[in-house]
Design a protein around this ligand. Sequence first.
Ligand code: UDP
Ligand code: MN
Length: 261
Amino acid sequence: DVPRIYVITPTYARLVQKAELTRLSHTFLHVPQLHWIVVEDAPQQTQLVSDFLSASGLTYTHLNKLTPKERKLQEGDPNWLKPRGAEQRNEGLRWLRWMGSTVHGKEAAALEEAVVYFADDDNTYSLQLFEEMRYTYRVSVWPVGLVGGMKFERPVVEDGKVVRFHTGWRPNRPFPIDMAGFAVSLRLVLTNKEALFDGDAQMGFLESSFLQHLVTMDDLEPKADLCTKVLVWHTRTEKPKMKREEALLKQGMGSDPDVEV
Ligand code: UDP
Ligand code: MN
């Protein structure tokens, strides 16, 4: 078998959640040997996500971890104020470490060559991306489209090595790389138990807070034709406007709440 890919996805309840998860699952259904770790930002696992996953046809693990209130963005806060999804990604990492400590023999050997990727629920992923990351010795990197107020950000490669980063903002951050722009070998995750995301990290330093425990720039493995191809896009979904719904609701004619959207 080819190396397994563990994908960790933080997700939270909102009007577009099921649509996002549907789109994402349809991508993942095309990827061999993918294990989806879905971590809800919620006090309990919800019925919507439970039902969705069991009907998805994917191999998955369903977890939940509520972001503490003081770390959560409030309505109207600018979205750069606090990192999103940090607690959930850490919960996924904790599950992987627990799982890694319980297996033996052939299954343990399979984990040796597996890879971990953090896939937000709203981005757009090409199938080729997963084949690029599948063989990762330490940390693979590649460009991310439509991110950071740019057409793309990417590691700049010279003589097969990452020498710097093409980014519009603070290029001297330890790893000025979006969450969607790297994958880590599971072996590295399992042997460096202290590597977690710092939910209090300054804006733009969340990825660095994790990667700093694992590698130096010298170790990065450039993928996607030496980082010349964009295979993932940091798309964002518009928040649906509910003006009509609210007007109808006032007249007692809101959409049937028993219909799952
Ligand atoms: N997320 C979450 N809880 C939140 C906000 C976001 O779990 O309160 C998840 C979200 O579903 C996504 C990831 O964290 O998978 C990144 O969030 P978002 O896409 O809103 O961040 P942005 O694209 O603005 O960086
Ligand atoms: Mn997003």
